[in-house]
Design a protein around this ligand. Sequence first.
Ligand code: ATP
Length: 876
Amino acid sequence: MWHAKSREAVLQELQVNKATGLSSQEAKVRLDKYGANKLKGKPKKSMAALFFAQLKDMLIYVLLAAAVVTLFVGEYMDAVIILAVVLLNAVIGVFQEHKAGKAIEALQQMTTPRTLVRRDGEVREINSEEIVPGDIVILDAGRYIPADLRLLESANLQIEESALTGESVPSDKEADARLEDPKTPLGDMVNMAFMSTLVTYGRGEGIAVATAMDTEMGKIAKILDEDARELTPLQKKLEELGKILGYIAIGICVLIFVIGLIQKRELFELFLTAISLAVAAIPEGLPAIVAIVLALGVTRMSRINAIVKKLPAVETLGSVNIICSDKTGTLTQNKMTVVKYYTATPLGDELPVELIKTLVLCSDATYENGEGTGDPTEIALVAYGHQNDILKRSLEAEYKRVSEKPFDSDRKLMSTLNQTREGYRVHTKGAIDQLLRICTSAVVDGEVVPLTEELEQQYLDAAEKMSDDALRVLGAAFKDTDRLLSPEEMEQDLTILGFVGMIDPPRLEVKDSIREAKMAGITPVMITGDHKNTAVAIAKELEIAASIEQSMTGAEIDELADEAFAQKIKNIRVFARVSPEHKVKIVKAFKAQGNTVSMTGDGVNDAPSLKFADIGVAMGITGTDVSKGASDMILTDDNFTTIVQAIREGRNIYANIRKTVIFLLTCNFGEIVAILASIVFFWPLPLLATQILWINLVTDTLPAIALGVDPGEKDVMKKKPRDPKESFFSGGAATGAILGGLLIGALTLVAFYWGLREHGYGLRASDIPEDVMIYARTMAFVVLAASQLFYSFAKRSDTKSIFQIGLFSNRILVGAVIIGLLLQFVSISVPFLAAAFKVQNLSFADWGVVIGLSLIPLLINEIIKVFGRMSRAKAA
Ligand code: ATP
C-alpha cells in the first residue's frame, strides 16, 4: 500500500536516490526482471491463422466445390489448377494483410507516448514502455502518467483520472499528503498517480511503484482488443459497391448457366465457366487492394514526417481547403532571441536588472553551456539573463521558489513566488495586455508609482511598436509580500517592470509551401496566442495575409454571434490573441461555410479543436500527449511544410485508389462481356474456366498494386481540392470503365474469331475440331490478359498521355506488366503448362495479331485523352 507510506520509505524500499534516479544498468536489470511496461494485448494472429482466414470466403467455397466436381469427372489437371489458384490467392491475401498490418503497427510504434525520467543524474525522455519500478518520473501538463506513481513532489498538480475512475473532473494531487488508511479508495489517493491518467495542470515528480499489468489499470484492463480496425469512408463505400457488383456478377453467371442449359451446351464445362466467371468478376480483391494502397501510402507519408493516426484522414486530406496553423514553431522556427527591452524610463547603457531577474526567476527553462532545455520563449529569457551575467542557477539559489501558478494559454501568464531576505516576492510574466490588467502600479525612475491610464497607454504604444516589427513581446511584473500567497492571490495588484521583445524568424521553407497551398486552392490561416501586430507582421512576410484588415483577435470573436462570425470569417487570415476555446469556434465557423478544415495544436486545451477539425494535426516535438491523442495526424518535425506535403500525398493516394479500383472493374467487366456475348450469340466459349482464373490472378494482383503506388501526376497541387461530396466515379469514370470493359471483351472475341477463321471455321460452325478450338482460345487467352496489362498504363492519368506522364516513371508498373506478359508467354509455350491450360503456342504472325489487338484499348484511351485535351484547351 504505497499511498500509506512516507516518501522516504518508498524511496528506500525501491532503492533509488531521488536526486539521481536509477542508473542505466540498474534500469536494465529491472526491465529484465519486471518486463516492458505495457498492458497485454490480444495475441497477434499467426501467419497460419491469417492464411485460414483467407479461405473463409463464399467464393473460395464455391471454387473448392468446383475442384471436387472436376475431380469426380476426372479432369485432374483442372482440379489442380483450381486448387493452385485458391492457394495462390490466399498467399497473396496473407501477404497483403501482413504488409498492411505491419505498416499500421510501425506507425503506432512511432506514436507511443514518451516519458521524462531521471536516470544517471540527468533528465531524459524515454519510451514509456521502458519505465521500471523505482524510476523517478517527471510530470507536466499534457502528459500521460506512464505507470503507477507515488508522488514525491507536486506544484498545483491536477490529474484527470476518468480512464480509471470515470470521474472527468481533474483531481488535485498533493505529494505531501499522509494517508494512514490502507483502504483509501483510488479516487482519494491524492499522493498517488495512476497509469493512463492525464496531467491537466501543474508539475510534479513521482516514483514508479508498479508497471505494466501490476498497475491499477492493468488489474482492471480487459484484454485490449486490437482487432478493432477502422475502415475509411471510401473503404466502406467500396465494400458496399463490391457487394452490389458481386450480386450482379452472380446474377449474370446464373443467367449464363441458364441460357447455356437451354442451348444444351455441355453441362460440366458450362458449370465450371459460370463459377470461374463469378470468381473473376466478383471484385472480392477490392478491399484488400485498397487496404494495401492505404497502408503503403501512410508508410510513405511517415517518411516525410507526417504520421497518420487514423486511416480515414488520408482521404480527408485530399479535400482540405483550409489549413489553420499555429504560428510559433510551425510557421516560425521557435528559436527565440531577446533583442530589445522597454521600461517606462529610458535606462541608457544601464541594464534593466529587475526586469531580467523577474523574467529569469519566473522561467522553468534552463540554459547551461550554451544549451537550453524547456520552452523556447523561456530559454530565450534565461539566455538573455546569461548574456548579461544574471545566471539562473545563482538567482535560484538566492531566491528559492516556494510556489507557482503555471503558464496556461488562456491566461497567457505565469507566476512564481520566491523567498527574499524580507519575505516573499511574486514574479509574473506574460502577454503585456493581460499583464497590464492585473497591475496597479509601475516602476518609473526607480520608484513605484500608480499606474495611470496615461502610463498604461505609454506601455501599450511601445509594445505595439515592437509588435509591428514582428517581435514577440513579453512583459514582467512583481509584488512583495510577507506571507506565503496561494496561487489565486498571486496575480493581482502587481507592479509592472517593463517588457522585452524577441524575434522568432519564420521557417525558410514555409513561404514556398504557402504558395503551393494557395495554388492548390487551399487557404492557409494563422492562429496564434501572440499579439495581433506581431502575428500580422509575420503573416505578411509569409504571404498569408496582405493587410491588418484580414486579422481578428479573440476578443473580437467573442463580440460576434456565431452566425455573424461565420459570415465574416471568409476574409480573415490571421487570428491573434486567441485561446484554445476560440480555436473551436474558428473550426466550427469555417466548417459551417462548407470548408474542410485542418487545424494544428500542441497544448492540453487544444484537444477539442483538434477533434472538431476534419484533420486534427498534432506536433510531434512540442505537442502534449493529449493533443497527440486527439489528433488524426502527427507532424514529427512540427513543420507547416509537412502539412502541405501530406495533403499532396493524400491527394495522390486517393487518386491511386481510384485508378486501381477503376482498372479492376474495367478488367472484370471485360471478362464478363466476352463470356456473356458468346453465350447469348450461341458461340463456343472463347475461354475455359482455368484460363479465366489464371488471367484474373495475373492482372488483379501485380498491376493493380503497381497502379496503387503510382508516383502520381506532378500537377496534383495545381488542382482544386476534391469536393468531399463528389462521387468516386465522377468525371465519366463509370462510363470509361464500361466502355473499356466492352472493348476488352469485344477484342477477346475478335481474337477468338480470328483463330477460328484462319483454320476455316466460323463462330457458328458446329464441327470445330479440338485443336482448332485450342488455337483460337489461346488467341483469346493472350488478348484478354495482354490488353488488360497494357490498359493499366492508360489508367495512370485521365488527361495526360502515357508519354507526358513518363512511360517509365512508374517502374513497378512496367515491371508488373513485363512479368504478366512473361507469365502469359510461359503458360502457352512451356509444354507442360500449355497442356494444363489447354493452350498451344501461336504462329509468329499470330503473335503479331494478338499483340496488335491487345494494344487497341490503350491506343483508343490515349486518343480520347487527346480529344479531351483539345476541347479543354478550346474551353480555356
Ligand atoms: P501559437 O499559438 O502560434 O503557438 P504562442 O506560442 O504565441 O503561439 P501561446 O503559447 O498560447 O501561443 O502564448 C500566448 C502568449 O502568452 C504569448 O504571446 C506570450 O505573450 C505569452 N506566453 C507565452 N509563453 C509564455 C510563458 N512561458 N510564460 C508567460 N507567458 C507566456
